[in-house]
Design a protein around this ligand. Structure first.
Ligand code: HEM
Length: 542
């Protein structure tokens, strides 16, 4: 959708006179007439309010605005090299509260918000108590607001209508280039960072790694690995912490299923450290390659992982493994097109990032869900016990409904991918908000998932809200989207559900989990959400 622009109106009220506040260089305005650079600080003709105003050029956009202290009064529409002859008058807005002035006559309204901390913008809010910050912003500004992020203005979106419009992207107004700027140093050319036709072409080929036949093969492998590791190295009794333990197991499952190689312990640890470091560096504020810095570790991790992936290509091509890497090497679309070597390496590197922390978080937080709510644990156990401990088949998974409901609920409260980043490719409208070209957009599912006008007691753990008869998530198509929506919807969502069910089926058959009364996990939101206390639980044998 593009913005309806009003034709220049020669009868528009033009007023103003002489100098104003210095431009902050940040307020964008829609499609002005070109004016000569010397008008930058020229006087504005025909002042009506007797005040002194100046037209100033916004460096970032090349556009000219008429400003008074603390306000954008209008957009220059016509000018001579020495003075402004016409400027819009009806957009007087305190500029610290509006993203950009909508075009006159468009009927659109500006996105409200504020810059936040002058240096860090909203970094502290994003990495601190993200949910509280979003819910407070929702109350103050509504479901769409802007704040400064990494030196630029970003629009944060929480309402289901607006989230749906962006993710479905019917008019192709939003590209995924926002992701590129944020994490492109590590995941350049990963599927999520591609846009439009190129993205569709790559996704079509990749889809062949997620067919029901492939998924069946992955399930067999994961189930074997999970059973073996639980038997060999998980405690059956006593107090322990669960998050890192869950991550180690998820990473081993992923090494089997994704890479299809038995790595010795040191190589596995080395690669896993590389996979672990990249997403953490990618969302780091300090982007300098200093020794020991997160950024430096991320860059080393990237080099290690991509070098290793390249070294495996020939073997993968020669074999017919069931792993994702082999599937990618052999993947063809209907026309027989395949990926190049470099594309496979980049896709595999991103795929790992997209898959490994996400499922870990969901599976780990389910431990808290089950332990703190024994009625759900017992219900899930009964369903697993009814299946027995034979090898899991995809059709068995349908009966594990309690695991599914608990998974849904923890992903509502703590979505493992807690933001979806886009960039406006042209001036456009989001609902009735005006979004100028180039704006970063962050779609915030942690907030949509807790909007009090839709969810009953949104902060309460209540998996039954997803059950037939209640189905709160169905009030709006885009009220619940832990896996995203539209063309970029998670390609691994079925895989994630298989893995989670396989893992919890095996855990529940052999163990019971308990937490201290009243214990609530503390969540950190640095790169992806993770519990900062490693999730202390007590395990009892079944
Ligand atoms: C609980 C687990 C998971 C969650 C919550 C999750 C969530 C998401 C979300 C929200 C997106 C959309 C991002 C956007 O629109 O900007 C996404 C994309 C993606 N996910 Fe997942 N994911 C999970 C597991 C996985 C797994 C297991 C894999 C791989 C096997 C995977 C691979 C991908 C890929 C490749 C994309 C990019 C898709 C595209 O751009 O077309 N994810 N994921």
């Amino acid at each position: 959708m593009s913005v309806p622009t009003a034709p220049l109106d020669p009868s528009a009220d033009t007023s103003g006179d002489a100098p104003t506040s210095p431009s902050d260089g940040a307020v964008a305005a829609p499609r002005p007439r070109p004016v000569g650079p010397s008008i930058g600080t020229g006087p504005v003709d025909r002042a009506r309010d007797g005040a002194r105003h100046t037209a100033r050029r916004v460096r970032a956009t090349g556009r000219f605005l008429v400003k008074a202290p603390g306000q954008v009064l209008g957009v220059v529409r016509e000018a001579t090299p020495s003075s402004v002859v016409s400027w819009t008058r009806d957009i007087a807005l305190p500029y610290e509260h509006s993203l950009a002035a909508p075009p006159v006559g468009s009927g659109l309204r500006p996105v409200p918000g504020h810059a936040g901390d002058p240096v860090l913008g909203c970094i502290r809010d994003l990495t601190g108590d993200r949910v509280r910050w979003l819910m407070e912003s929702n109350e103050r500004f509504g479901p769409v607001f802007w704040q400064q992020l990494a030196g630029r203005r970003a629009v944060f979106v929480m309402g289901p209508d607006e989230a749906g419009q962006i993710l479905v992207n019917a008019d192709k107004d939003f590209s995924n280039d926002g992701w590129q700027e944020l994490i492109g140093k590590f995941f350049d050319r990963g599927l999520m960072l591609l846009s439009f036709q190129e993205h569709l072409d790559h996704r079509r080929i990749m889809q062949s790694a997620f067919t029901p036949k492939r998924l069946r093969g992955y399930l067999e492998g994961m189930d074997r690995r999970i059973s073996a590791d639980l038997d060999a190295s998980w405690p059956t009794e006593g107090p322990t912490t669960l998050y890192q333990r869950m991550k180690d197991l998820a990473m081993r499952v992923a090494a089997d299923v994704f890479l299809g190689v038995e790595l010795d312990r040191p190589s596995r640890d080395h690669l896993l450290a590389g996979f672990h470091a990249q997403p953490r560096a990618a969302t780091e504020f300090l982007r300098m390659d200093l020794p020991g810095s997160l950024w430096g570790r991320g860059r080393n991790g990237y080099d290690d992982v991509t070098r290793w992936l390249r070294s495996q290509l020939d073997d993968k091509r020669a074999g017919d493994g069931d792993d994702l890497f082999s599937a990618m090497v052999h993947a063809r679309d209907d026309d027989g097109s395949a990926f190049t070597d470099e594309e496979i390496v980049r896709h595999m590197n991103f795929m790992w990032f997209a898959a490994h922390d996400t499922t870990t978080l969901a599976m780990a937080m389910m431990a808290w869900g089950f332990a703190a709510h024994p009625e759900w644990q017992e219900r899930a156990y009964a369903e697993s016990a009814a299946l027995g401990d034979g090898p899991l088949r995809p059709e068995d998974l349908k009966s594990l409904t309690a695991i599914e409901l608990v998974m849904n609920e923890v992903m509502r409260l703590w979505p493992p991918v807690p933001v979806m980043v886009r960039q406006a490719v042209r001036d456009t409208a989001l609902g009735d908000y005006y979004i100028p070209e180039g704006t970063w957009i962050a779609v915030m599912n942690p907030a949509t998932h807790r909007l009090p006008e839709y969810w009953t007691d949104p902060d309460t753990f209540d998996p039954g809200r997803f059950e037939e008869g209640r189905e709160e998530h169905k009030q709006h198509k885009h009220l619940y989207y832990p896996f995203g929506a539209g063309a970029h919807k998670c390609i691994g969502f079925a895989f994630a559900q298989l893995e989670t069910k396989a893992m919890w089926h095996r855990l529940l058959l052999t163990r019971r989990f308990e937490v201290a009364p009243g214990y609530e996990p503390e969540m950190g939101w640095k790169a992806l959400p993770e519990p900062t206390d490693d999730l202390p639980v007590t395990i009892h044998p079944r």
